[in-house]
Write a protein that binds this ligand. Structure first.
Ligand code: PSU
Ligand code: MN
Length: 304
């Protein structure tokens, strides 16, 4: 049914046919989340990390009117350097495909692609959430509604500190999305291990996370799970150090009238500049860490 829409790479096709573990990866982090050339280096390193952990990586993107599940190195390199790539969320996916555009998938659109291809585990850096000031802007990422309806386990390093983390947790709870902290009692906050907020749920083992996803399916509950995996200690930036930098970037975004899809990329770029690149080093370390955990969950799901 989706054969005329999806282009599944030979490696992912083979893995799916053999029931081998596959981990989906998003592409917006490559095109809108990190600067060239470290975006490509990171995309390659994340794929290598998934392989080293015994799973097959499937980076997802829209190219030439098709939804690609698994990119070869040439496609990855082209995407990382392309100009004017669309940032695709649930709302944009059909338009981009129908009009032959090139687009990078956000967490929401990557979940849709993964599910269409039968992939149940996905690693990223951070998810979108409720932005600070959302009571005025109504800026709430479509990633949250996607987690409520599409059955994919998403491994992220927690909501970014540019978001309103308590409100993000409230929206997820309202929508019945399990928010699981891996190996600690507190929700991690992306660049920092701690947020000061207790996690709604805690799990300590990849096989239990895989079992929980399977149990959701048995119960007939729609939607996925959000696994928040703390950044390794050696790579974290303490929340106190980042807070004034984030506040500064946010007031600039407000003064320049940045809204909608442009907000997250603008803030990430300014925080990169204001931390002299430290935020990017941390971002890369946490994505690799998430790739390892996602691969372990995918391997456990296969055994389960
Ligand atoms: N986290 C990152 N870098 C990113 C993003 C998240 O570290 O580039 C992207 C993801 O693709 C996420 C999207 O789905 O930002 C959220 O965008 P918005 O807030 O516009 O929904
Ligand atoms: Mn938004």
């Amino acid at each position: 049914m989706t054969r005329d829409i999806l282009t599944v790479s030979p490696e992912v096709t083979e893995a799916r046919a053999n029931g081998a573990p596959v981990v989906a990866l998003e592409s917006t982090i490559i095109t809108h989340g990190m600067p060239w050339p470290r975006n490509l280096e990171t995309a390659r390193a994340v794929e290598a990390e998934v392989r080293a952990a015994g799973a097959v990586p499937a980076t997802i993107a829209v190219m030439g009117g098709r939804l690609h599940i698994g990119l070869d190195d040439a496609a990855l390199a082209a995407l990382a350097q392309a100009d004017g790539v669309m940032k695709l969320s649930r709302a944009d996916l059909a338009v981009a495909l129908a009009t032959g555009k090139t687009g990078a998938t956000t967490v929401a659109a990557t979940m849709i692609g993964a599910h269409l291809a039968g992939i149940g585990v996905f690693a990223t850096g951070g998810i979108g959430g409720v932005h600070k000031g959302a009571e005025d802007s109504f800026d709430i990422s479509a990633d949250l509604a996607e987690l409520a309806q599409t059955p994919v386990t998403v491994v992220a390093a927690g909501p970014k500190a540019i978001l309103d983390i308590p409100k993000t947790l409230e929206v997820l709870e309202t929508h019945g999305v399990p928010v699981i902290a891996f190996g600690q009692d507190e929700i991690p906050a992306f660049w920092s291990r701690r947020s000061g907020l207790p996690a709604p749920l805690r799990m300590d083992a990849a096989d239990e996370i895989a079992a929980a996803a399977a149990m959701r399916a048995r119960l007939g509950l729609p939607g996925g799970q959000l696994v928040t995996n703390p950044i390794p200690e050696a790579d974290e930036i303490p929340a106190e150090r980042l807070a004034p930098i984030i506040a500064h970037a946010q007031s600039e975004a407000g003064a320049r009238g940045i809204t909608g899809k442009a907000v997250t990329p603008f803030l990430l770029q300014r925080i990169f500049e204001l931390t002299e690149g430290r935020s990017l080093d941390a971002n890369i370390a946490l994505v690799l860490n998430n790739a390892r955990l996602a691969a372990a969950i995918a391997c456990a799901a296969r055994r389960g």
